[in-house]
Each structure stands twice: as structure tokens, then as C-alpha cells.
Design a binder for this molecule. Sequence first.
Ligand SMILES: Nc1nc2c(ncn2[C@@H]2O[C@H](COP(=O)(O)OP(=O)(O)O)[C@@H](O)[C@H]2O)c(=O)[nH]1
Ligand SMILES: [Mg+2]
Length: 269
Amino acid sequence: MKDKILLFIPMYNCEKQIVRVLGQLNQEVLKYLDEVIVANNRSTDDGEQAVIKYCDRYSELPVKMLRNIENYGLGGSHKVAFEYAIKNEFDYIIVLHGDDQGDIANILPYLQSGEYKNYDCFLGARFIKGSKLDGYSKFRTFGNKVFNIFFSIGCRFWVYDLGSGLNMYKVDILKDRFYKKYKDNLVFNCYMLLGHSFYRHSVKFFPIIWREEDQVSNVRMTSQAWTTLKLLLSFMFNRKKYLSQEHRDKIVEDYTADIIFENNHETEN
Ligand SMILES: Nc1nc2c(ncn2[C@@H]2O[C@H](COP(=O)(O)OP(=O)(O)O)[C@@H](O)[C@H]2O)c(=O)[nH]1
Ligand SMILES: [Mg+2]
């Protein structure tokens, strides 16, 4: 049976890039996607209008736009989307950042071959053989590789990226909401890796092309490095206890969003 696949695009202040991301969704890619949700995390720019305008021109795009009830951070936006995927009985969810640093074309060959079906987590990696980085300094690349080694030791599987902007998850593994108490900010993906290790999800990394051109990164490199190292060490010290703890700065009972726009698509496949 054909898998039901959701594409989730987190959007936060990237009105210029979001239309380019939607532009990546060509006929070939759309063959594999049942629905696309753009999750606006309370952007302060005109991202929503940009999406609506784009959809006016491409009425065949099965796009829905969600607006988080409050700014939940990138991790919180994942929680909104995971919930949506579970409720609407999707088999897989693909995450693609809204700021056009990655390209969904990088996962297309695996959608075509069906290879993604073999894994719970099929994760895009910027630091694996075959990947390509544009606009990254040597220092940044080096730092990332060192952290990948640390995480490989802690996770007990090879880690090639602590969290890129192109990932695919089997919805079945999300149903127990193991990620609910993980941090809601940009470090969320690091926690996910620890969770994959602890719950023995099957993980596979694939190479991606990643660019940094007109995007604004919100990652503060040095402070993030420390935070990341500390959380890894705490995890290694007591895996079970660490993962069952509360990690959020602010407790949110339900990560909710309003559906504010739905494209009238003519063709259904
Ligand atoms: N920084 C940030 N990004 C968010 C948030 N919510 C969603 N995003 C999206 O998350 C993605 C990654 O954020 P970004 O700042 O580009 O981080 P980086 O690419 O890892 O340096 C982008 O697509 C953002 O649009 C948020 O609250 N803060
Ligand atoms: Mg980015």
C-alpha cells in the first residue's frame, strides 16, 4: 500500500526564502506527498502573505498553513507537526526548513526507491561522504565534526549531523510522544538523537546539500556548543533518568495551532 506522507515546513521570519522552498515542490516530488503543512511560528514578517500569494498561482499544491497559538520555538513547532501527523494518520513525516537552506530533491531518490521504509529516522546529514556545504567556514565544519564524534560515542551509533533541516520520521515511533519534554528551541534535534539512541529507533543518515546565502542563522555557536556538550554528558551519566526529565523552560500542555489557510487543490492523487 502507498504510504501517506506529510511534508512539514517550519517557517519563522523567512518570507523571502519560503517561496523558494515551495518552488522546490515540483510534479515529481508531489507524487510522494499527500499534504504539505507550513507551520508559521508567529513570524513577524509577511511570510503568511508570501505563502498565500504563491498558492494563488499554484492551486494544485496541497498546502495548508498553520499558525502556532504562540511562539513555540523550532522544537515546539515540531511537536505541533508531529501531533498533526499522528492525528491525521500519516505514515511518515518529512521536515524541511522554511529558509531554503536545504533541498527536498536530496531525499527524492530514496522516496523513489522506497529505501526510507527501512528506517524509523532517515536523517539528512551535512557532514557525511557525498554531502556538500556552501557558505560554511572551515572552523564551523570542523566544530560540527568534532561534536558528531562526541554524539556518536554518547548515542552508540555514528552521528553525521546533530540536526539538519531535512529529515524524515516514521510516524509510528512518534505515537508515544517520547519527545514531549525535550527543549522547544533549536537544540530539539540533539535531544531527538538521544531519544533515538535510548529507544533504539533505527537511524540512517543520507548526504544533503546545504547552503547559507541570505539566511539568518539564529544559532549562537559558542553558547550552543556548551549547552550541547552539557546535555550529552548528563545523558551519558544516566540515560534513563535524563530523558525522562523535564527539559523545557516553559511547560506547554498542548502544542496547538490554527489552520489559517488551505489551498484549494484541483488534483487529488
Ligand atoms: N530560529 C528559529 N527558527 C524557527 C523558529 N520556528 C521555526 N523556525 C524555523 O526553523 C528553521 C531553522 O532555524 P534557523 O534559525 O535557520 O537555524 P539554523 O539553520 O540551524 O541556523 C528555519 O526554517 C526557521 O524558519 C523559531 O522560533 N526560531
Ligand atoms: Mg536556517
